[in-house]
Design a protein around this ligand. Structure first.
Ligand SMILES: [Zn+2]
Ligand SMILES: [Zn+2]
Length: 242
């Protein structure tokens, strides 16, 4: 059973929507009784399958590949792991247009395959943003992808590199303005500095206590490449970084 995305309490029994066959839940915890609903229709599910394949191919299959992933409409995009059902729930924002939903699916599918609902770190947001636009380019929406990229790169000015890296993603569900823009700009600069193939392993590089191990990833790079990556991450080099 999905959760209320505000209170994180579980929703109660859902009902079937006769026209679409979707299951719908009305939140019993919030005064405005927002609705949640399973996504019916092959297009978005098909796109989610493509997104999963892209992530499994690019970063390696997740160790819990056998666990199902459910697509839902909700309040905002999110990927949550439900331990009771041993299932991932990917929420899309209700009211989004089909392009926005694809952007959201790409981003959240990265989290499903690499963050497992429990990694909250700027490097994963950076990679999720990069995956989402790469998927749009790859699957027939390059103009929309370019608009998103331009918006993010423009937005990056609203948040400094240091402020983006220092944002506590555990403590807030609403990231500061410019967060995704700055994260994406750093991703672009890092890709230019080290290449996508050397950037990808960062997704699965973790410290013993579970946080992404950026220093460990840097240490594994050839020295000249490492110097370029360090310059990007310290704000002393790379385009779009301040
Ligand atoms: Zn609610
Ligand atoms: Zn994210």
């Amino acid at each position: 059973m999905p959760r209320c995305q505000r209170t994180f309490y579980r929703l109660r029994e859902g009902g079937r929507v006769a026209e679409s066959g979707a299951t719908r839940w009305v939140c019993p915890h919030c005064p405005d009784a927002e609705m949640y609903e399973t996504v019916q229709g092959g297009d978005l599910q098909g796109y989610a399958d493509l997104a999963y394949a892209f992530c499994a191919d690019g970063f390696g299959p997740p160790r819990d590949a056998h666990r199902p992933t459910l697509l839902l409409l909700g309040l905002h995009p999110e990927c949550a792991y439900e331990p009771e059902e041993r299932r991932y729930d990917i929420y899309l924002q209700r009211g989004s247009d089909p392009w926005q939903q694809r952007l959201q699916i790409g981003h959240e599918m990265f989290h499903r395959t690499c963050s497992w609902g429990r990694v909250f770190h700027w490097s994963h947001e950076m990679l999720a943003c990069m995956v989402s636009v790469r998927l749009l380019h790859r699957h027939g929406l390059p103009e929309y992808a370019r608009i998103i990229e331009q918006n993010w790169l423009r937005d990056a000015d609203k948040l400094s590199l240091a402020a983006m890296q220092a944002t506590d993603l555990w403590a807030t569900s609403c990231y500061p303005p410019g967060f995704y823009g700055r994260a994406y700009a750093v991703g672009v600069a890092l890709t230019e500095a080290v290449g996508w193939d050397r950037l990808r392993p960062l997704a699965r590089r973790f410290c013993p206590y579970g946080a992404p191990d950026v220093d460990g990833w840097l240490a594994g790079l050839p020295p000249a490449v490492r110097a370029r990556a360090r310059a990007v991450l310290s704000g002393t080099g790379g385009p779009g970084v301040q």
